[in-house]
Design a protein around this ligand. Structure first.
Ligand code: ADP
Ligand code: MG
Ligand code: MG
Length: 877
């Protein structure tokens, strides 16, 4: 019989799939003997059932009732009991943390009777009881009854005036409860539900439903969290931080999530409940000051934080509440951190003996490394600093100021870089945060919504820049010294230092890039990167090569740790002044003229190859023979037509116009290109092969590999291979001859193709186009965003290799190719070669190497190392 409910004593941290992160970790803390209020978790399976069927599964209500009764027995009171009510929270919690994206309702069980019981039990503290009651109606109204939260906010604001929420007395709060109940009646036509069990039942379903709230869907897409996981629901006995000044609530990290430094990082708010800390309703105090307010709770909290770090062997973030001097733990999880902190923490934990260096490799990601390679602001230039806030999420961002999410999306859609400026952000700002280059807030700390979400997305964020007066309505902010910044003005924000600058500040390379360029490690971060990269290189089985067409790119690729060139395109060698020669080639009438044009091209090509072979110093270089259709090298049809029409045309122009018309194609990507060119234009490939061979003869140790593009049938390959092999033999040069696998047919007949190929290199850009039938240039702009919205795929197949379709073709080609030729060399040279998930796929598929742009090489090296640990996922959320 299905089990849908787990008491906290039954779960553990490894049951995240079932219990969600929050539930699994509450259970883990319970079992560690930490002070967690009693509670139980309804599984994500129940949620999936509810979302699919529109009704909760059979037996769920009974199981919930049993667990609730057990909890009531333990607590010696029943839910909402009039004279001494048990209150509970109903909290969302999915497998992957989605901060603030789904719903939670606190203080369930209060009504017009039990509110008095609560006050009595708190020693006649009426204020506390009414405060809790108004919070329930507010949260329940917004979340469960779908009432616009602003209505409650406005009623609260107008009651408060200039005062803080803690200044409101019992009578005022009681009045507010009446107002809130009125809002519920107006908006829903019904009374606020007084029955505690009914409150709980409705809240559970609202939490289930919140899985599909628009902002949750958006967040999942951004973070690539699968849409079908559902959320678990946690029912937790309430503890109260809003009883008075000996109570409060807080959040903390076991180390600095920005830098990884050990220490005490957190915020605390006295006489407060739940979200008050992160919502920024009052100014929080640094956690250190709790020592002065409540030494024994503070000491206990530090002990617990140490226990958690040692237990999880990682940075944890926690939520806690103190009720009249008694500490309660309400949440923990392995905390989100910046890219720099991820590297530093991983190596610190190695030094502390908590994890091995191999584990450290699995604790960081290629995406994080890529973030560290972003440029930063040039420290040498004059900057006009206008404020300093908290360095919430690192990076350097420059853009035009906008004050609303809508405007951010709109301007970003027009290709503008924008900085989203808000007093504080809330989950509704998510789309704007995604669209913006950076986020700046005037309120809130490192644990505020803006900070947490920005860090998760790897987006530059400065928060809590309190010197700034932000006026959303007037679309401007002011800074000290009468500085006014209006919407559309340029600013620069530094998420690493927290500084805000007027205007555009130039950016420079990151220290990590300088390290890859050869500088000795000289700070903690670079030392951490160095250690982890060395280990990744030791353990990885995949080679890493570069896509590089010039000696400069080749040299950078080597500095970044490339082990050869996996794709050297030759088409740029036909550009610039050499276009002339291509024109001659196309216009050639007869063998002689054509050969003359080719002969003129040969020494130029040879010189190009010499430069590249020299830069690679004996590492293999895979040269792809010319791939694009020849009309790409000819002048534009319209230009030529105009010239001819206006009588400005030369004789050659007229001939060219004829050629351009003759060579025009409806689908150039599927037309006369690749191996087809080699077969149709006699001498073209031969010229290129001779140039490669001559260059190899001139550079000692050069290791050329000749790659034929766009092959679909082994016959094509055989024809050009024979000619090439003859030329190599004549010149006494050794080189592998192989092919790209970029048409589905080549993949499906790989056993035959391998008879004529010494290596395969998967051209996954073309292979993706042809497998999906997508013309990349057309589909990406036209409808990919719609496809992503519709969930046709979670990420563009041009970004991350589509394992099910394209990946299957790769797997077939690997198996059948190797069966035909056991020493077949296998690589990939599409853009996927630098994408973390695709690198893991290549490892699993058994390829020998990946090839990617020089700048992505470190990312590919790291991910190839991580992939070598079988249990390691391509990302760590
Ligand atoms: P989120 O996932 O958005 O962090 P939570 O479920 O953690 O939402 O709840 C929001 C806030 O309410 C948190 O600060 C949490 O500590 C507080 N809270 C939740 N349950 C209880 C409870 N039983 N007693 C006191 N505070 C609670
Ligand atoms: Mg929480
Ligand atoms: Mg191609």
């Amino acid at each position: 019989m299905a089990k849908y409910v787990y008491d906290f004593t039954e779960g553990n941290k490894d049951l995240k799939d079932l219990l969600g992160g929050k539930g699994a970790n509450l259970a883990e803390m319970t079992n560690l003997g930490l002070p967690v209020p009693p509670g139980f978790t309804i599984t994500s399976e129940a949620c999936r059932h509810y979302l699919a069927e529109g009704a909760v599964p059979d037996g769920l209500e009974r199981e919930v009732a049993e667990h609730l009764t057990a909890m009531e027995k333990r607590m010696g009171k029943t839910l909402g009991q009039a004279d001494d009510p048990l209150l509970v929270s109903v909290r969302s919690g999915a497998k992957f943390s989605m901060p603030g994206m789904m719903e939670t309702v606190l203080n369930i069980g209060l009504n017009d009777e039990s509110v008095h019981g609560l006050a009595k039990q708190a020693g006649g503290n009426d204020r506390f009881a009414w405060d809790s009651y108004r919070r329930l109606i507010q949260m329940f109204g917004k979340t469960v009854l779908d009432i616009d939260g602003e209505l409650f906010e406005q009623a609260l604001e107008s009651l408060k005036g200039d005062r803080q929420d803690t200044d409101l007395g019992a009578a005022e709060l009681q009045g507010l409860v009446e107002t809130f109940k009125g809002i519920v009646r107006d908006q829903t036509g019904k009374d606020f539900p007084a029955d505690p069990r009914e409150q709980m039942r409705l809240a559970v379903m609202a939490v289930f439903d919140s899985w599909n709230a628009p902002r949750a869907i958006l967040y999942r897409r951004q973070e690539r969290i699968p849409a079908d996981l559902g959320t678990a629901v946690n029912i937790v006995a309430m503890v109260f931080g809003n009883v008075g000044n000996d109570s409060g609530t807080g959040v903390a990290f076991t180390r600095d999530p920005g830098s990884g430094q050990q220490g005490i990082y957190g915020d605390y708010l006295q006489n407060a409940q739940g979200e008050d800390v992160v919502a920024g309703i009052r100014n929080t105090i640094p956690l250190q000051e709790l020592e002065r307010l409540d030494k024994s709770s503070y000491d206990e909290l530090l002990r617990i934080m140490e226990t958690l770090e040692n237990h999880y062997r990682d940075l944890c973030d926690i939520e806690f509440t103190i009720e009249r001097g008694k500490l309660w733990m309400l949440q923990t999880r392995v905390g989100k951190r910046t890219a720099a902190a991820a590297f530093c923490i991983a190596t610190q934990l190695v030094d502390q003996g908590l994890i091995t260096l191999d584990e450290a490799v699995t604790r960081v990601t290629g995406d994080q490394l890529a973030q560290l390679m972003f440029p930063r602001f040039d420290s040498g230039t004059e900057k006009k600093k206008i404020a300093k806030g908290m360095n919430a999420s690192p990076g350097a961002a420059v853009g035009k100021v906008v004050f609303s999410s809508e405007r951010a999306v709109e301007l970003a859609g027009q290709g503008e870089d924008v900085i989203l400026v808000r007093r504080e952000t809330n989950p509704d700002d998510l789309s704007g945060m995604i669209a913006a280059r950076g986020i700046l807030t005037s309120r809130g700390g490192k644990t505020s919504h803006a900070a947490v979400v920005a860090r998760g997305m790897g987006k530059t964020c400065v928060c809590g820049a309190e010197e700034l007066e932000v006026s959303i309505g007037e679309r401007r902010f002011t800074a000290p010294g009468d500085i006014v910044v209006n919407e559309g003005d340029l600013i620069s924000i530094d998420g690493t230092t927290g500084e805000v600058f007027l205007g555009e500040v130039p950016v420079v390379d990151s220290a990590v890039v300088e390290y890859f360029e050869g500088r000795e490690p000289d700070d903690d971060l670079v030392r951490a990167v160095d250690r982890i990269m060395r280990r990744a290189d030791e353990v990885r089985r995949l080679g890493v090569r570069a896509n590089a067409d010039t000696p400069d790119d080749a040299a950078r690729a080597r500095r970044f740790g490339g082990e050869g060139i996996g794709l050297c395109r030759t088409e740029h060698m036909f550009l610039g002044e050499r276009r002339q020669l291509v024109e001659d080639l196309v216009l050639a009438s007869g063998d002689e003229e054509r050969q003359a044009a080719l002969d003129a091209l040969e020494p130029l090509q040879k010189a190009d190859f010499v430069g590249i072979f020299q830069a690679m110093e004996g590492q293999p270089v895979t040269v792809r023979l010319i791939d694009p259709p020849l009309h790409e090298f000819l002048p534009d049809l319209t230009d030529l037509s105009v010239k001819v029409a206006t009588g400005d045309a030369t004789d050659k122009d007229r001939k060219l116009l004829g050629a351009v018309k003759r060579l025009h194609e409806q689908n150039p990507m599927l037309g006369l290109r690749g191996v087809r060119l080699g077969l149709v234009i006699p001498g073209l490939f031969a010229m290129q092969v001779r140039a490669i061979a001559q260059a190899a003869k001139e550079v000692p140790g050069a290791k050329p590999e000749i790659m034929i593009p766009l092959v679909a049938a082994v016959q094509e390959l055989e024809a050009v291979r024979e000619e090439a092999a003859g030329i190599l033999a004549d010149l006494g040069v050794e080189a592998l001859i192989g092919t790209m696998i970029e048409t589905p047919r080549a993949a499906l007949t790989a056993g035959q193709v391998a008879e004529a190929a010494q290596f395969f290199s998967f051209g996954t850009n073309d292979l993706t186009q042809m497998t999906w039938g997508f013309s990349r240039d057309d589909v990406e702009a036209a409808f990919f965003s719609r496809y992503l919205e519709l969930g046709m795929f979670g990420v563009s197949p041009f970004e991350t290799l589509d394992r099910d379709g394209v990946g299957r073709l790769v797997t077939i080609a690997v198996e059948e190719g190797r069966a035909a030729r056991p020493d077949l060399k296998l690589g990939i040279c599409g853009e996927h070669g630098g994408d973390p998930d695709s690198v893991h796929f290549c490892h699993q598929a058994g390829l020998d190497y990946v090839s990617c742009s020089p700048f992505r090489i470190p990312v590919a090296r790291l991910e190839a190392g991580r992939a070598a640990f079988a249990e390691c996922d391509s990302d760590t959320r």
